[in-house]
Structure formats: C-alpha cells, structure tokens
Ligand binder design. Structure first.
Ligand code: KG4
Ligand code: ZN
Length: 350
C-alpha cells in the first residue's frame, strides 16, 4: 500500500510517500527556519501562510520523487494534532481535498505517535516486533517525555516535561547566548570542543517542586527545564564577558550537558523500573551528536539495545506520518468528513 503523507504541524512543510509502513519512496521537507529566524521562534501566522504557499508544490514533488502516478497512491494521510491549529489546518485540508479528488481513504495521524514510529524507518531500522517492549525518550521542540511502547499502537506515557520541552530549553538557552535560531543545532555547534563541566547548571526538578503538576505520572520520571534556563540567565548577568570572549563554548557545552543529563537521569530511572530490552530516542533533539553519544554509553552500561531514529527522521517530516498510517497496528483516524484538527491531541493510551 502506497501512502501519501502530509505534515504541517509546526514550521516544516513536508510530504512523503511510504510503501507498506516501512519503505520510504520519497520524503520532501521544506523547512521554514529562515522565515522565522528574524523573530527568534516560530510565528504561527507566518507558518500557516508559508504552508499554504508551499504545500501544493511539495506534495507534487513527493509523488514525482516516488516515481509514482497519482493513481498509484492508495491512501492520503495527514497530521491532525498536536500542533499549531492554523498550520495543521493547511495540511489536513490539502489531504482531504486530495483524498476526495483521488477517491482514496483519508487517514489522520497523531504527530507524537509518528515521532515514536520514526525509529522503524529506513532500510537498516529494526522492525517494531523485533525490539518491543522498549522505552522511548521523545525529545522535540514541543514535546518531551518517556513512553513505554509495548507494540505499535500500545503506549504508556511514563513521564513528561512539566514546563519547557528539551528543544525549547535549548532554543531559549541559545537565544540567551545570542547563538541564533533554531537553538539546538546552534548550541551543538557552539559547544564543540567546549568543557561540559565548566559551569554546574542544575539538572532540573528539585525535590518537592511542581509535584502536583505531574498528576497521575510518576514525578521522578518527569522533567523541568525552566529553572535551568533561569540559571543561565543569572549566570550571564554575573559573567557578561562570556558573550564576548572564548568561554562561550564552555558555557554552551555546560548548558547542553545539563539538558542531556536531566534527560538521561530520568531515562535511567525508567529502565530500572520497567522491564525492557531496548531504549529508543526520537524527535528533533535526537539529532544531537552529544546526546546520541551519551545514550550509547548509558545503554551499554545496562546491556540494552539502543535504537535511534535516523537524523533525517528526527526533525519533523512526512515520512513518519505516511509510515505510521500504513503500518500494521498504527492508530489512525480513518476517513470521515468530520476529521478536524486537534491542537492538543494526546498520545493514545490504551
Ligand atoms: O521534532 P522537531 O523538528 O519539531 C517538533 O515537533 O517540535 O524538533 C525541533 C527541535 C528544536 O527545538 C531544535 O532546536 C531541536 O529540535 N534540534 C536540535 C538539533 N536539531 C534540532 N537540538 C539539539 N541538537 C540538534 N542537532
Ligand atoms: Zn515534531
């Protein structure tokens, strides 16, 4: 089954064709970063307008790159949440129109679930059956959490951030360090060769803090990054010279290290509490070389198999949307004219 997938939940306009939930025939990603950079973050109005301008060309390109005709597309899938309402609307509307025109089913996909499924994309990726159950660290610009995946379609959220997402913490930190946008890749570059122990930033969530925000989740498996950001702000007030001389790379490396240590500490607790044989990491921040290195080391210590999404499938892309829609067991909303965007959609917890 050839699924044409569309992703417009934030600031990437993307379309892809994936066969049988595994084989990526095409994956076209237009990143709007340059359009948002002057504002230091994603501006929803600009994002949705940009999706409108780009979507038709991107979809056409994806079908062309896949070497298929329109008749060979068996279903059209789109992200319907979570994300920016006005951006989601563009992709979902385009998918509805295409499905109607082609006379093919329309499938709605959860963006977070698609990130989890990105682990299984690519010719060298494991099949879900071969490694489940596993614990996945989901780290993007909008979401940060730990999820136990029993099989495709069966998830248990173990913990999540109580304030900023990991990517957001890096973006805000980069902004304070005047490194530009997006912050994750900028900090990674600035931190190269820096000393990660130069400044001892807090590793998130003090005992007793924000307990009530964790709700039913295990507080020890939840994250908090707002204190870290504040401590960087105060550090820079006390050391303004950092922004003009060579210590910048040490401070960038220390800040990045604090974010990753906070992630790894919760991941360690999770693997100690839940019986799994593998861990995974997905989302934009999973592109980071230092984080990948630390995950390698940690999984080695526990004798666990490590599965990392391929870098091109870490940041937002439509291949993961098309793949999940065509995967056996994938939780998708089918057909229906009443399928609408759900900006606050949560991960299906059976
Ligand atoms: O998954 P994603 O593309 O979008 C969301 O669903 O949020 O993630 C974007 C996030 C941004 O915060 C960006 O700074 C971060 O991923 N990111 C990185 C790297 N590349 C992207 N963070 C650290 N290191 C990177 N190399
Ligand atoms: Zn995403």
């Amino acid at each position: 089954m050839n699924v044409l997938g569309i992703e417009t939940s934030c600031d990437e306009t993307s379309a892809a064709v994936v066969r049988d939930g595994r084989t990526v025939l095409s994956n076209v990603v237009f990143t709007q970063v340059a359009r948002h950079r002057p504002y230091g973050g994603v501006v929803p109005e600009i994002a949705s307008r940009c999706h409108v301008e780009e979507i038709a060309g991107i979809v056409r390109q994806a079908v062309q790159d896949a070497g298929l005709t329109w008749e060979q597309i068996d279903a059209v899938a789109a992200t319907y949440g979570p994300g920016l309402a006005s951006s989601l609307l563009v992709g979902l509307s385009a998918a509805k129109a295409l499905a109607l025109r082609l006379g093919k089913p329309l499938l709605g996909v959860n963006h977070v679930e698609a990130h989890l499924y990105s682990l299984f994309l690519g010719s060298d990726a494991p099949s879900p059956d071969s490694i489940a159950p596993l614990i996945v660290l989901m780290v993007s610009g909008g979401h940060t959490g730990l999820v136990r995946v029993a099989k495709v379609g069966s998830y248990k959220l173990l913990g999540q951030t109580l304030d900023d997402a990991a990517g957001e913490a890096l973006d805000k930190g980069a902004n304070l360090l005047k490194l530009g946008y997006p912050g994750g890749p900028a900090i990674e570059k600035a931190a190269a060769g820096g000393d990660p122990a130069h400044v001892k930033f807090p590793r998130g969530l003090r005992r007793g803090a924000s307990g009530e925000l964790a709700g039913d989740l295990d507080r020890d498996l939840c994250f908090s990054f707002s204190g870290l950001k504040t401590s960087l702000l105060y550090y820079l007030k006390d050391h303004p010279e950092v922004l003009v001389n060579g210590a910048l790379k040490d401070v960038a490396a220390s800040y990045q290290e604090a974010v990753f240590d906070a992630l790894l500490a919760r991941l360690r607790r999770a693997v100690e509490r839940y019986r799994v044989s593998a861990v995974g990491c997905v989302g934009g921040v999973a592109r980071n070389g230092r984080l990948r290195e630390k995950l390698e080391r940690m999984s080695g210590e526990y004798g666990l198999r490590l599965v990392l999404a391929r870098p091109e499938f870490c940041t937002d892309n439509a291949a993961m949307i098309a793949a999940l829609a065509g995967a056996p067991g994938g939780v998708v909303r089918t057909a229906t004219d009443d399928l609408d965007v759900q900006p606050d959609l949560v991960l299906g917890v059976p």
